[in-house]
Structures are given as C-alpha cells and as structure tokens.
Design a protein around this ligand. Structure first.
Ligand code: PLP
Length: 428
C-alpha cells in the first residue's frame, strides 16, 4: 500500500516541476510512483504510508554511517542553538579543512562549497584560469553536476532519461567540452593531440558511479596522469561519489593515483548540503581572495553543514575498520546476488568496487557508457519494482550505482538476497 505516496505525488506535481526537486527521484524511467519518505533510521527508510525499506541509495552516498546516526544528530542539535549561519569565518571551518587535509592525499588547500555541482564547476573555472586554456575533456556517462560545461553526454539522470544534449546550453559552451569513452586512453590521447595546447583539464570519476558502477581498467588512470603531466593539463578527479567512501583518502588513496585538483560532495557533508574542491597550492592559490579566479558562497562553510560533515568524517577517520566492514558486506551481497542470478539462468553482470555495486542485465562486460546502455534496462526496471514491493529500495535507474551504508546488518543483506531471488522470478 503506497496510497499516501500516490496522493503526495499528485499534490507535488501541482507546485513542483514533475513533483520532485531532483529529476531521478521521479521514477520516470522505471515508471510508477516515487515513494515519499517520512523518516529514516540506520539502514531503513519509512515512507508516508509507514512501509519500511532497506535502503541502498543512502541519499546517493552521504549516509555512509546509516541514517540519523546519533553523534551527527546530536552535533547538529547542539550547534543549532548558536544560530544556523553567520556569513563570517569560524574556527569550525579550520577544523574541517584540517581534518580533510589529514585524510586525503595531494590536497594542500581546500575550499568548501554547498554541493558537488558547485565543486566541479569551480574546479573547472580554476583549471581554466590557471592554464589560460578553454577546453575540457570529460567522459561519456560521467556526471559532474549540472553546470553547463558538463552536460554533454553525461551520466545519472541524463543517461536515465536519454538526454544527450541539453536545451539551454549555448553552442559555444558545448563546443569547449570534448567527450571520450571511459577506459579508452587512445581516444583521450587523440583528443589532446587534435586540440594541442587548448585543453585546460581532464575531469573524470575515478570509479564511475553515474552509469552503474564501472571500474577503471588497469593503467587507464595512470595513462591520463602521464598525459596531463606531458601536456600541462590539470587532472581533476571528481571524488564527489568516491571521496571518503572508498577509503578515508578516497580513490586517490585506494587506487594510488594523484590528482591536481579533486572535488568532493556527498559523504563530506554527512547528509547536509556540502561540497569542496582542493588540490595543490600552486593551483589553489589562484582562487579568490588569494588570486583572481572568482568563487564565493553565502552559505559556504555553514556551521550546521560543517558540524554534520566534520562528525561524519571524524568517525570515518577514527574507525578505519568501517571500510573493511563495508567492503565485506558488499562482497557478501555480491556473492549472494551472484548465486541467485546464476541459478536464474539469464545473462547478467555485477560490477562492484568497495561499497559501490550495480547489476546489469547484460551478456557482455560493462566497461563504459555504450556497454552500460546496451544492457537490458527494461529488465532492470521490472527487477527494481519487484524489489521495491519487497521492501528493498534500489536506485530507480540502471544508470546509478547502489551505495551500502554501514548500519546494514547481515540479516538485512540476507533479506535483500532473498528478495532478489523472488524478484527475478517475476522478471521476464
Ligand atoms: C552527485 C555527483 C555530483 C553532483 O553533486 P551534487 O551535490 O548533486 O550537485 C558531481 N559529481 C559526481 C561524481 C556525483 O556523483
């Protein structure tokens, strides 16, 4: 019974475009009515009708410790009475910056913003300002937020809805965005050669998460690093998804790869609107007020957002076993799903890295956007709804990674595997 969600969705569409404040939430590609959430605790979401779901979205990543994690809730409550915003610097922002620098490699200076979009947009501007070049190379199916330059062949909602070119973005902006296939180093080299001396930066998701979960081929990231060094190109790793999720130092630490600039979001805010970009001092010193590349934000470094993020990151730093636990849980889930999918008998692929995982109904390996898009995504939509009916909340799109949170118990994982077995019987 999702009667209240159905009523709320109808009401929402009268005042909010499509009834949602972010497109993927609308269930447009999987069909049906989005579930309206009332509250959440640990690994569970509860909808407006009182149904319980085991959550594999974790607010698209941030809730890595589970929902309403007590120390985070308490920290927010304690801070709120001191006012929720000043628009002036605080000691807490220094503590947050110092904590981040102590966790992630290759970052000398970090600037806080309010979303992953803002972080990526600002890093791009900085790379352009620093190099005096205009062009950016990105990868098909990668998502870097909704700033104009990135909305060419992007992942996430754009992949889900089949939007390749976005109305409202000028031809000039689109022309400066060059697109290569993920895991195809030769294509990147060719683009760089064809645009010699014009490429400001290469930006990518180290482990792609916005077209399902897709791992980098051995040598791919290293090859880009080398190319950037040779050509004076700024290498931006978009760690909005992978930062603080794959390891305390994100993909840079986990994969041993060095970025010039790195962007964060999601986990960094512990469920509050936070993003950040940082990197080498040589580049970061061009940001205003040190330099002339302008970037600002009325609510940047907001104390409530900072304390939620700080408490989350400090928990992760002080308890590194969380990452081992998350990895073990995700591998357990993968093994269980493998078993039920294998006995089901139809072709499938499971991609997994750390606490990111996705299923593709595909007979070939999923290594880039083309292979993700050619999977049987109709089948995924049926699987999604069957799972939802059994109280398992997966991302409503085959073009999204699932995110595990550490509040999940092995009983929850067993329940999920059992639901998958039953759901597959309903998929045709
Ligand atoms: C979510 C995401 C963004 C955008 O972050 P928002 O906070 O939604 O603006 C950028 N890059 C990646 C890799 C993301 O997953």
């Amino acid at each position: 019974m999702i009667e209240k969600s159905i009523q709320l969705f109808q009401r929402a569409q009268q005042s909010i475009p499509g009834g949602v404040n972010s497109p993927v939430r609308a269930f447009k590609s999987v069909g049906g009515t989005p579930i309206f959430i009332k509250n959440a605790k640990g690994p569970y979401l509860y909808d407006a009708d009182g149904n319980r779901y085991i959550d594999y979205i974790a607010s698209w990543g941030p809730m890595i410790l589970g929902h309403a994690y007590d120390p985070v809730v308490k920290a927010i409550q304690e801070r709120a009475v001191y006012s929720t915003s000043y628009g002036a610097p605080t000691e807490l922002e220094i503590e947050m910056a110092e904590l981040i620098l102590s966790m992630v490699p290759n970052v000398d200076l970090i600037r806080m913003v309010s979303s992953g979009t803002e972080a990526c947009m600002s890093a791009l501007r900085l790379a352009r300002g620093y190099t005096g070049r205009n062009k950016v190379i990105k990868f098909e199916g990668h998502y870097h937020g909704h700033a104009d330059s990135f909305l060419v062949k992007a992942g996430s909602g754009l992949a889900t809805f089949g939007i390749q070119q976005v109305p409202g973005i000028t031809v000039g902006v689109a022309a400066d965005t060059l697109v290569a296939a993920y895991n195809n180093l030769d294509q990147v080299k060719q683009l760089v050669a064809e645009n010699k001396g014009e490429v400001a930066c290469i930006i990518l998701e180290p482990v792609a998460g916005n077209m399902g979960c897709i791992l980098p081929r051995p040598g791919f990231l290293e090859g880009i690093r080398r190319l950037c060094d040779e050509e004076g190109i700024v290498f931006i790793l978009d760690e909005v998804m992978t930062g603080f999720r794959l390891a305390p130092g994100g993909a840079q630490e986990k994969l041993g790869i060095k970025a010039d600039l790195v962007t964060y979001g999601k986990v960094i805010g512990g469920g509050m609107p936070v993003g950040a970009f940082g990197g080498k001092k040589e580049i970061m010193q061009h940001i205003s007020p040190l330099g002339n590349v302008y970037q600002a934000g009325t609510l940047s470094g907001n104390p409530i957002a900072m304390i939620a993020g700080y408490t989350t990151l400090k928990t992760l730093k002080d308890n590194p076993t969380i990452y081992t636990e998350l990895d073990e849980k995700t591998v357990y889930l993968k093994n269980g799903l493998n078993e039920v999918l294998a006995s089901w008998g139809q072709p499938y692929v499971i991609n997994q890295f750390g606490s990111m995982i996705s299923i593709h109904f595909s007979s070939h390996p999923v290594t880039d956007f083309a292979t993700a898009a050619s999977a049987n995504n109709k089948m995924f939509n049926q699987f999604f709804h069957a799972m939802l009916n059994k109280g398992i909340y997966l991302p409503p799109s085959a073009f999204e990674s699932w995110f595990l949170n550490n509040a999940l118990s092995y009983e929850d994982l067993d329940e999920t595997i059992k639901a998958a077995k039953e759901s597959l019987e309903e998929v045709k």
